[in-house]
Design a protein around this ligand. Structure first.
Ligand code: 4AD
Ligand code: MG
Length: 427
């Protein structure tokens, strides 16, 4: 039996294959908390109900020993999960000695270097299950709304998001990099399939050590032909609202385990406010920030802005100077581009970057040259503007930042099973 299915087995004798999460005993009765990956069950062993040797063995069970435990399943309101087992038999597969992560407090460095074990703890269990639901909601929404999955390559000769964060490889005889984003390929597949998405890992050799940056992260990137920047925002607000609602519906127990106050999440609904970069700069200046028009926003600025709104907020039309080469020039103000970043509330900041793509061949070629990109490598990408170019837009949502926000975690390191951070590759 799996613990999460206990309700189906009330009154029956069943076996759970799992690990000892915790145990305590008095002279006459022992309680063993057993986890099997699907949940945690309180197992009660009464002296007299089992053989003397079994009771003694239970009293000496150590944390994280692997066991099979057999007994009757009972409904029990006071037990975690609402069920408990009255034990008849225990088989110990391996007795764990000196498990390093004890119920006492440990420092983050210690836990990070024991990530392979830390994942067994209740809080990490809850976060990873919420992450899995976020990923499933992402796929469900896109699959059910006319987007076709189009996997983008990981190895690429093209830089998408600037040359300063590239991971290079030495194999093809020419420079090739781990993908920073599948977007450029999405633009090609969108012209073949209309609405597409890619979903996979992205790599950035980020030199910054912040609570928002990983060197390897997961990103979902939808791309739509015949779509302008504002229609692109319409899709994003529906998409993000759906993800939050799914988590609220399916992961109540996990949200409670991590003590997430869900009231801010209940407020997430369409439409999301949209402000321009100009307005955002004014808002920051009023709040005392020294920021000037033309400066990029860092984490602090994003936090300040997102704190002013209960819903995620779009910041639109950033200056061209610090945005990617593919963004479409804003006809109303050519110093800016038709893009929008989506900042999550509660101070979380950017979770989505997106916008409309430059669809004019000449203007795009100018941008490729101005950025000093090798023109020859972008011929295929420029081709898309020669053969049936159309207005098109898309966006990229970072999974780890979304998990951090929805779980209200202080750092992205707990949002993925094995985080890759600046100078951090073990385990
Ligand atoms: O804003 P970014 O760089 O946009 C792109 O890559 C576009 N090509 C996406 C597109 O339009 N198809 O990244 C998009 C999102 C960010 O908003 C953030 O959530 C996440 O990816 N992200 C990171 N997450 C963790 N660590 C990092 N180093 C990240 N860099 C970006
Ligand atoms: Mg961005």
């Amino acid at each position: 039996m799996y613990i999460d299915k206990a309700a189906d087995y009330v009154g029956q004798v069943q076996t759970i294959n799992g690990w000892v999460y915790n145990s305590r005993s008095s002279g006459r009765v022992a309680f063993v908390l057993v986890r099997d990956g699907s949940g945690i069950m309180q197992c009660v062993v009464a002296k007299g109900d089992v053989e003397e040797s079994t009771f003694e063995a239970v009293r000496h069970l150590t944390q994280e020993s692997s066991i099979s435990i057999t007994g009757t399943i009972h409904a029990e309101e006071r037990a975690p999960g609402g069920h408990e087992m009255h034990v008849q038999k225990i088989e110990v597969h391996q007795a764990a000695m000196d498990y390093p992560i004890t119920p006492k407090e440990h420092g983050v460095d210690f836990l990070m270097s024991n990530r392979h074990l830390w994942l067994r703890s209740k809080r990490q269990w809850a976060i990873m299950r919420i992450r899995a639901t976020i990923v499933k909601s992402i796929r469900d929404y896109l699959d059910d709304n006319g987007f076709l999955l189009m996997d983008a390559p990981i190895l690429s000769a093209n830089a998408c998001e600037g040359s300063s964060t590239l991971f290079s490889t030495d194999y093809f005889g020419i420079p090739a990099y781990l993908s920073q984003s599948g977007q450029l390929y999405n633009e090609a597949t969108a012209m073949a399939f209309g609405r597409v998405y890619c979903f996979g890992p992205a790599f950035r050799a980020e030199k910054s050590k912040t609570r928002r940056h990983l060197t390897e992260f997961w990103m979902v990137e939808p791309e739509m032909a015949y779509c302008n920047w504002s229609q692109n925002c319409d899709v994003q607000e529906e998409f993000v609202t759906y993800i939050v609602q799914q988590v609220l519906e399916k992961r109540r127990e996990e949200l409670a385990i991590i003590e997430r106050d869900t009231s801010p999440l209940e407020k997430i609904a369409t439409p999301f406010p949209r402000i321009s970069y100009d307005e955002a700069v004014k808002l920051l200046q009023q709040a005392g920030s020294p920021i000037q028009w033309g400066d990029d926003f860092g984490g602090d600025e994003e936090t300040l802005i997102s704190n002013q709104f209960e819903r995620p907020v779009f910041v639109c039309s950033y200056p061209k100077s610090f945005k990617a080469f593919y963004m479409k020039t804003n006809p109303a103000n050519p110093q800016t581009v038709l893009c929008a970043d989506l900042l999550a509330p509660e101070g979380y900041g950017e979770i989505i970057g997106g916008g409309q793509r430059e669809d004019d061949y000449t203007l795009l070629l100018e941008r490729v040259r101005a950025e000093g990109l090798a023109e020859a490598d972008y011929q295929w990408y420029l081709d898309l503007r020669k053969y049936g170019s159309v207005p098109h837009s898309g966006f990229g949502l970072g999974v780890e930042r979304t998990v951090a926000w929805i779980c209200k975690l202080p750092h992205v390191r707990e949002t993925v099973p094995f985080p890759r951070l600046l100078e951090k590759i073990y385990p």
